[in-house]
Design a binder for this molecule. Structure first.
Ligand code: ARG
Length: 469
């Protein structure tokens, strides 16, 4: 079996004595997925044609025909009128073929001084730059939602955990700001990745550059690239910008999965710390009482595929000799899926976070039951002159007594407390409250409500610096 008809007249046909095997044609084609790059491919072609005209390789009339033709092709694809088939392999050949059908010989000149190798690397960078800008907007919205929650609840006390065991009281706002810090670092990493993505391969041609008198600075300016890539071999071959992006994606999903896990715990009846609005949850077809936190669970689950894409791209690039190899056609699907997964997950979280309602009584109750202020009692004893190790021992016995009495240590009588240490006086009750405990951690980075208020304010400025509007 041979490849198909008229559109099957390959651009490299001259050197071949038989048509491409039909299965090989389908196997090697990328048009089913790389058609997603069509706008960026056309954008790159417009700039390339303008530059070729400026340096005298194309005439003004040819440029006009090419620009008009490209508009027509783009309009056809936008409107879903465009015909795609494996014979034309990829998005680049489809667009060039359609252009030539529309405008004739001028269309055949567009590829002068260019190769699909620098073309695809350019398309991908243009695509990713736009994707990054879209993702930055969602990430910004999510960070704002976290600051909003922190601003709403600087003083609601909940148990802070280590080993998922009640450790010390923390404020809910402080917890929201911990999530904010993780995501602000992700925002910073995303902008860093954008900077290295925004470099232009065009002009590298197949691998060695081109004999035409091209002006790469002009093309780069037209496309909004920061600069042309320095080395033609590197420009067509490396996909480290895509790997870096997927690393950003994997790290951001890892953070979202941690937030997800806590939301799943907090919404379970065993914790009952927060309520997610019904619109972010689903029910059970068999258990009428259920309200499941599907959005956080799904985001937690989607973390796996993004990790997979990072491993996939690292492995794709590993050991590839310079310069371009067909292996690199495999870069697109993992990259696209990473963009889509992050776009969906960030959007879901940005919508959901500001809508979370907290249950402060349940949180405080649980902090008390877990003896969250035990460390505060030890610190109190130290202030009264007891050595920390002895204080630890005294508090341990006090907690034992409270467990036996089934009450909080703050509910033990002064007489009971003094059985463990004569250093304990009436003023102990001030430090045994959750509010007193939280308020006492009153330094930069601490959980005190005043610190949470100040950190929230700084957070807005830091967000504006990291992701300027
Ligand atoms: N479809 C190819 C890709 O995605 C475009 C570049 C093809 N270049 C080549 N010399 N076969 O990588």
């Amino acid at each position: 079996m041979s490849g198909s008809d008229d559109s099957g007249a390959k651009p490299w046909g001259g050197r071949f004595t038989e048509p491409t095997d039909a299965f090989v044609e389908a196997f090697t084609a990328s048009q089913t997925f790389d058609r997603r790059l069509y706008r960026h491919d056309i954008m790159g072609s417009r700039a390339h044609a303008r530059m070729l005209t400026a340096v005298g390789v194309l005439t003004d009339a040819e440029l006009d025909a090419i620009l008009e033709g490209l508009d027509g092709v783009e309009g056809d694809i936008d409107a879903g009128r465009f015909e795609w088939n494996d014979a034309l392999e990829d998005v680049h050949m489809h667009i060039e073929h359609a252009l030539t059908q529309r405008i004739g010989d001028a269309g055949k000149k567009l590829h002068t001084g260019r190769s699909r190798n620098d073309q695809v690397a350019t398309d991908l960078r243009l695509y990713l730059r736009d994707a990054i800008d879209g993702l930055a907007t969602e990430l910004r919205r999510l960070c704002e939602g976290l600051l909003e929650q922190a601003g709403r609840h600087p003083d609601a006390v909940m148990p802070g955990f280590t080993h998922l065991q009640t450790a010390q009281p923390v404020t809910f706002g402080h917890h929201m700001l911990a999530w904010f810090e993780m995501l602000l670092r992700d925002a910073d990493r995303l902008m860093d990745c954008r900077r290295r993505t925004n470099v232009m391969p065009l002009g590298a041609a197949a691998l060695a550059g081109t004999p035409y008198p091209i002006d790469r600075n002009m093309t780069a300016d037209l496309l909004g690239f920061e600069r042309p890539a320095e080395n033609s071999l590197d420009a067509v071959s490396d996909r480290d910008f895509a790997i870096e992006f997927c690393h950003w994606g994997a790290t951001t999903m890892m953070h979202l999965s941690r937030m997800s896990e806590e939301l799943v715990l907090w919404t379970s009846p065993a914790f009952d710390f927060v309520d997610l609005p019904d619109r972010f949850c689903t029910g059970s077809s068999i258990m009428p009482q259920k309200k499941n936190p599907d959005v956080p669970e799904l985001v937690r689950g989607k973390t796996g595929r993004v990790n997979g894409h990072l491993m996939g791209l690292l492995t794709l690039m590993k050991s590839q000799p310079l310069a371009y190899n067909k292996d690199n056609q495999e870069d697109k699907e993992p990259l696209f899926d990473t963009v889509d997964t992050l776009a969906g997950s960030l959007r879901a979280f940005a919508d959901m976070i500001p809508a979370i309602e907290i249950k402060p009584e349940n949180m405080a109750d649980r902090a008390r039951k877990g003896f969250a202020t035990a460390t505060d009692l030890a610190d109190y004893l130290v202030r009264k002159g007891v050595a920390f190790r002895d204080a630890h021992e005294i508090v341990g016995k006090t907690v034992r007594k409270a467990i036996d009495e089934n009450c909080d240590i703050a509910e033990l009588s002064l007489y009971d407390l003094q059985q463990f240490s004569s250093a304990i006086e009436q003023d102990v009750y001030a430090v045994l409250t959750l509010e007193g405990s939280a308020a006492s951690r009153d330094h930069l980075g601490g959980t005190a409500p005043d610190q949470v208020r100040a950190a929230t304010k700084r957070g807005h400025n830091r967000l504006n610096q990291t992701l300027p509007l």
